[in-house]
Design a protein around this ligand. Structure first.
Ligand SMILES: Cc1cc2nc3c(=O)[nH]c(=O)nc-3n(C[C@H](O)[C@H](O)[C@H](O)COP(=O)(O)OP(=O)(O)OC[C@H]3O[C@@H](n4cnc5c(N)ncnc54)[C@H](O)[C@@H]3O)c2cc1C
Length: 312
């Protein structure tokens, strides 16, 4: 190591983890963004404002969710197609197999192929009514994301991403079982895992160590959720098997009518998570944008991800 590098390293280490973003070489990290299909013309406009704001950050891909039980099939398809046709972004369509026959699911996969879409996020979906409730597959349907992944790969040379649960899937008996399921999905053709969001970063890192120790080498993208609606998060977290740490509840306590402070806190919590993951060697990050650009855009700056022409 030469003298100059040593000085630079010393200066960099003296900074806090977020300030280090300012002196980090750019372009080393990859980001991807998740959106939901909009319900109203107003929501569509605000989604597209977010997409246009984030597009110059050159994400690896942007994904579009599929409503519970396939309820947004048309809207998801329309949004994915528009992204494909009107932007330079690579869209990834979420697809679930719950409540649908194999023929119906295959038809959706063929539609995506014909539209030029080449990346699908393959998911089973939740049982109707209650996340974590008993899942009963249809006799003529795919049983799980493993079978869905195999079907997608049979139909076309798609890139297939799958879900992964750092705090264990609510229906799963153990992390070991989840890791076996991930292995089966990889054998079926999955090439990337995107994780459920989490707040216990150390627990996440331990889980990923366990996945790697099992010989799994595909990229694992931590799902980063900058949460400013803490009440909403509390409602969603339990059924999804996500444990909210006490420090997080404390942080948001008493702020129900103070959205500005909640957004500032959401940004700082997620920034700390990103900085810690980057220091642990992660190079790929997936953001749950909730169809807004501002927090995700700021977090990308923390990771040193900027518009290529931005020299500021
Ligand atoms: C990144 C991400 C994005 C998501 N996006 C959406 C979305 O857009 N729309 C939506 O409705 N939901 C979405 N979900 C939620 C997801 O549908 C639920 O968590 C669902 O309960 C499980 O989906 P999965 O694909 O992980 O299921 P699977 O991988 O199929 O696992 C579910 C259970 O099936 C069993 N299983 C699976 N494969 C095998 C196998 N080979 N052998 C034995 N048992 C097996 C296991 O018991 C496992 O616990 C998302 C989740 C994540 C992490």
């Amino acid at each position: 190591m030469n003298a100059q590098a040593t000085t630079q390293d010393r200066e960099r280490t003296a900074l806090g983890p977020i300030a280090r973003a300012g002196v980090r070489p750019r372009g080393r990290l990859n980001v991807s963004f998740e959106f939901s299909p909009p319900k109203t013309p107003e929501a569509e406009e605000s989604l597209w404002t977010a997409i246009r704001r984030l597009e110059p950050l050159a994400p690896t891909f942007v994904s579009v969710t599929y409503g519970a039980g396939g309820s947004t099939r048309e809207r998801t398809h329309r949004t994915v197609r528009r992204i494909h046709e009107e932007t330079g972004l690579k869209p990834a369509a979420h697809l679930t197999c719950v409540g649908a026959s194999r023929d119906e699911v295959d038809a959706v996969i063929h539609d995506y192929w014909d539209a030029g879409v080449r990346h699908i996020v393959a998911l089973r979906g939740d049982p109707p009514g209650q996340i974590g409730g008993a899942y009963v597959p249809r006799a003529d349907g795919y049983n799980n994301a493993t079978e869905l992944t195999a079907a997608i790969r049979r139909i076309g040379d798609f890139e297939v991403s799958v879900g992964l649960y750092p705090q264990v899937h609510p229906e799963s008996p153990s992390a070991e079982h989840d890791i076996d399921v991930l292995k089966a999905k990889i054998d079926a053709g999955a090439t990337r895992a995107i994780t459920q969001f989490f707040f216990d970063t150390d627990g996440f890192l331990r889980f990923v160590d366990q996945v790697r120790a099992a010989g799994i080498e595909i990229p694992i993208l931590p799902g980063i959720m900058p949460v400013s609606n803490f009440k909403g998060l509390q409602r969603m977290a339990g059924p999804c098997g996500i444990v909210l740490p006490d420090w997080l509840s404390e942080l948001f306590d008493g702020l129900d009518s103070d959205p500005d402070t909640r957004r500032l806190l959401a940004a700082s919590v997620a920034a700390e998570t990103c900085a810690k993951l980057e220091e642990a060697g992660f190079t790929d990050f997936h953001f749950y944008t909730l169809n807004r650009a501002d927090l995700t855009y700021a977090l990308c700056r923390v990771l040193g991800v900027r518009e290529p022409e931005d020299k500021s």
